[in-house]
Design a protein around this ligand. Structure first.
Ligand code: SAH
Length: 374
């Protein structure tokens, strides 16, 4: 299944209307939220040992403008630090990682423009040399030599599991998460457990593999989708967007547009953990000190170019949000349900999104983590 998922999962490539590049403004907001932490951590790291070269990896970079954003933020931080200290900036060696099916070509085509912009910013004549390389492969496997990396960054990627959790089909061969594609309030406890088990297994593996690749004192900044509904202090249930796609698919089953068995046998390989679930894994894995572990909220339409008041109406807004999620989940949905139902599905999904936004539920939680390798 691991190989299968790797072959199927990719954000929509290119730069067309349905591409990730054109629809990643919400993910951009998450990178911008992490910017002060990334820059402060990079400053601290550099000023600790003044390395000649910093090896920086972005895990799950995708393609489009966001693939370069963490690198720009790093360059800016190092440039400012070195300027104020009046020292020569280090070399920055950047490794952009994603699954082999990622549209790396769009990144490669944007590289000359990136280097041009970098040169233009060289007003102080102390140009920071930056070399960018691509590293295709799953971050649930080893990607770098031991004690190689100084800094690992990842935004909005670690909620993707390595596979659909096991145990979602009973011993008698009956699907346990019938009518859903993600653990919801109506799913049996075994479904929640299967998802949490898979997340714990995957996230532990990610931490251990990176701990082998990072130097002692190396830093890691991670942001992933989270779930606040499980916190005891939080009694306002908010659906995860996958639950709304599940409910739209369920409606299509009831209308005979989608076969019931198709829906019953599909589960999304994605999990949004609670803060405590994340903390437990990091502590149990044991290779890192936690510098910061927090949640922050972003509204579903964060980063939309239209201001809140300029949107024509509730459904236009729902549609806009739904279309931004389409390039993220389309490849997985098409691999199971085929292409034909997609427009209909996203139309139904957008109505649910609009209703949630209207009820004030259109907010999602993110977990942000800063770690130091022991
Ligand atoms: N960091 C980017 C992209 C987020 S989309 C941004 O913030 O905009 C999530 C990305 O993670 C996708 O491009 C997906 O292909 C990648 N991804 C998911 N599982 C992965 C894995 N096991 N190994 C490497 N990349 C993975």
């Amino acid at each position: 299944m691991l190989m299968e998922l790797e072959q199927v999962l990719h954000m929509n490539g290119g730069d067309g209307d349905n591409s990730y590049a054109k629809n990643s403004s919400q993910q951009k907001e998450a990178i911008l939220k992490a910017k002060p932490l990334l820059q402060q951590t990079m400053r601290e790291f550099y000023c600790n040992s003044f390395p000649d070269c910093i090896r920086f990896a972005d895990m799950g970079c995708s393609s489009g403008p966001n693939a370069f954003l963490p690198t720009w933020e790093t360059i800016e931080a190092l440039h400012k630090t070195c300027h104020s200290l009046n020292c020569k900036p280090p070399l920055l060696h950047v490794f952009l990682n994603d699954l082999p099916g990622n549209d790396f070509n769009t990144i490669f085509k944007a590289l000359p423009g990136f280097y041009d912009r970098l040169k233009k910013g060289d007003d102080q004549n102390d140009l920071l040399s930056c070399f960018i390389a691509a590293v295709p492969g799953s971050f649930y496997g080893r990607l770098f030599p031991p004690h190689f990396l100084h800094f690992v960054f990842s935004s909005y990627s670690l909620h993707w599991l390595s596979q659909v959790p096991e145990g979602l089909i009973s011993e008698k061969g009956v699907p346990v998460n019938r009518g859903n594609i993600y653990p919801t309030i109506t799913s049996p406890p075994s479904v929640h457990k299967a998802y949490l088990d898979q997340f714990e297994k995957d996230f532990t593996k990610f931490l251990t593999l990176r701990s082998e690749e990072l130097i002692t004192g190396g830093r890691m900044i991670l942001t992933l989708r989270g779930n606040q509904s499980k916190d005891e202090s939080f009694n306002n249930y908010r659906p995860i967007f996958l639950e709304l796609i599940g409910s739209a698919l369920h409606e299509m089953v009831l209308e005979g547009v989608v076969e019931e068995s198709k829906l019953d046998t599909f589960n999304m390989p994605m999990y949004a953990p609670s803060l405590e679930e994340v903390r437990n894994v990091i502590q149990r894995e044991g290779s890192y000190n936690i510098n910061l572990l927090e949640t922050f909220q972003l509204s579903w339409d964060a980063g939309s170019s239209n201001g809140e008041n300029s949107l024509e109406g509730k459904y236009a807004r729902g549609k806009q949000v739904a279309m931004k999620l389409r390039p993220v989940v389309e490849s997985i949905l098409v691999s199971h349900f085929g292409n034909a139902i997609l427009d209909d599905l996203f139309q139904r999904f957008s109505i649910r999104v609009a209703d949630c936004i209207e009820k004030g539920l259109g907010v999602h939680t993110n977990v942000i983590i800063s770690l130091t390798k022991k």
